[in-house]
Design a protein around this ligand. Sequence first.
Ligand code: HEC
Length: 400
Amino acid sequence: MEGYILEWLNLLGRWVHLVVGIAWIGASFYFIWLDNSLETPKAAADIDQGVGGEIWSVHGGGFYHAQKYKVAPPELPQTLHWFKWEAYTTWITGMFLLALMYWYQAEIYLIDPQVMGLSKPVAVALGMLTIVLGWIAYDRLCKSSLGEHETRLSAVMFVFVCVVAWGLCQIFSGRGAYLHYGAMLGTIMVANVAFVIMPGQRDLVAAKKEGRAPDPIHGIRAKQRSVHNTYFTLPVLFVMISNHYAMTWGHQFNWLILIALSVAGAAIRVYFVQRHFGRQTPIPLVIAAVLIMGVAAAIAPAPRAAVDSSVNSAELFGGVQGVMASRCVSCHAQEPTQAGFSVAPKGVELERAEDIVRHAAAIHQQVVVTRAMPIGNLTQITDEERTLIDQWFLTGGKAE
Ligand code: HEC
């Protein structure tokens, strides 16, 4: 029953997380596009009122006319939309999912004894620390004298992010490391909204009401943080879907793959931001494509040694069935016995011969190629058993 409840909490948490995340990133992409596409106002009266740029658009059967003030309008309107709950709810639901999957079920998703034999409390504490310290370190960096030199700051931040990616992959399971890296960057993004961008906006509104000039430092800081958020977006979104792709996090050099794909994501964002400005250099896209194709080529499974053709796949099947029974069916069964599972994960049941044969390619991929299964190697499969599955699959993956 507990497994069943967890499953529902997971589904609902993920559903909401996805919806609010789309609302947040969608709005943020829209405003970046808006900001970068503004034209000089046509009407002299608007310019007199302090309008710095405007844009016309058509959407959903209506015409929209957005105007951006250089600082603030002469009179503040009665209603002012803030766009902050999209970010906050994305973080809240994300932390809920992280806690539910990677902390509450740390022995399954976070700890990999072959990486480091952490106890559950230590693993969870390290996960939490990464997220909190990540924000503190980043915030300090931005506020230090480095923060005034955007290029130097970016270089230091890049090194910092690389160290975190590498470090997490030395202590957690691949997928746990990736997720915590993404959660740290996501937390930085939301904390930027909550602790820098929002206070700046509040000061702007307060200054307007009190008739004083707003402190320009808020604007400068907010701009810097939103630029960072822009470039974090694609790497974070990659991480959030990465757990489906064991070929990335399951690899020996998973930290390097994470860094390469993060850079690729940031470069793609650079391309689009420049495009809004009307600059059309394809260089960032080329960099991203080279990185992604380079990673794909580098982690491609090695060509297989010729298999012994005298071996008959069906003869190996008995052994394979034994491995499934001892290493897999505690989870992959109609009624799993492993705590936390109420149904076979991904609907993959490995009890009956025909099911094992049907899933042969997936079993091979998960057990031999990426070594993602058994998850966290909870059931302690041996290398000999992995080789047996390899041989069985390469000779045809048959039962008889
Ligand atoms: C402790 C529980 C557990 C054990 C033991 C386990 N698995 Fe899994 N398996 C999972 C979970 C959880 C998933 C879903 C992973 C995800 O979230 O992407 C999964 C997914 C899979 C998938 C589908 C992958 C996909 O992305 O479609 C296959 C195939 C698989 N396991 C094979 C095996 C084999 C073969 C074994 C035994 C050698 C095994 N598993 C042992 C928990 C387990």
